[in-house]
Design a protein around this ligand. Sequence first.
Ligand SMILES: C[S@@+](CC[C@H](N)C(=O)[O-])C[C@H]1O[C@@H](n2cnc3c(N)ncnc32)[C@H](O)[C@@H]1O
Length: 242
Amino acid sequence: MGRVDDVGERAMVVQVLSEAERFKLDRSDDAAFYAEPRFVHHLDGAFRDRLTALYRERIPPCAVVLDLMSSWVSHLPEELRYERVIGHGLNARELEANPRLDQRWVQNLNRDQRLPLEEASVDAVLIVAGWQYLQQPEAIAAELLRILRPQGQLIVAFSNRMFMQKAPQIWTDGSDRDHLEYVARVLVAQGWPLPQLLAESTRAEGPMGWLGGHGDPFFAVIAQKPGPGERREPATVNSSLH
Ligand SMILES: C[S@@+](CC[C@H](N)C(=O)[O-])C[C@H]1O[C@@H](n2cnc3c(N)ncnc32)[C@H](O)[C@@H]1O
């Protein structure tokens, strides 16, 4: 574990990555890459169904939810209404088209990691297919700990695909298991309790699935901010990959 940076009023940030590990092939402004909206699904239906089921199981309807690194979809269960859903992303038109969002903002997290949200104001933070593009994940992890309420949850979900040129070297060089361990390592370095790690295969939709075909593999890192006076729980790893 590396250097500790004091960032003024913000929490201490413990640096985990080397400069080389933050390097990405396309160093141009990320805002330019996301300037045109992409009204496509980045993950297949099997992955999205698994993610929605996880949200149904984990996020209570009274929650204030932050969908960080969002787009035109949030994958939340259609039948559930939450207290408020806040969306963040890099393309305003995608966020405006997202029917789940009550409020939204655009911010390049590789330029500015300070989130414009009050301390302990959010119950659940969701990041889907987004962590892999963070070049300063340590500062984001520290901010998420600040804005979540005690016992609030962070769910970081991803599969095995990416925009290769926009992902830092730590991600492009790693295996699926490395990705899970890396996200957990960054969180723990900022003071998060050890998270739960999920690694699951999914069944392809339609005839391919009936024949045993697989969909996008599902990975998630689930962390819970401790309540006042609570001690850290040991990590559990649930893996059903085959
Ligand atoms: C593959 S998309 C996933 C979008 C959405 N979460 C979903 O499930 O469809 C990656 C997203 O990461 C976010 N993103 C990528 N680079 C970013 C950056 N530098 N700052 C802020 N957000 C970024 C954008 O919101 C972008 O839409």
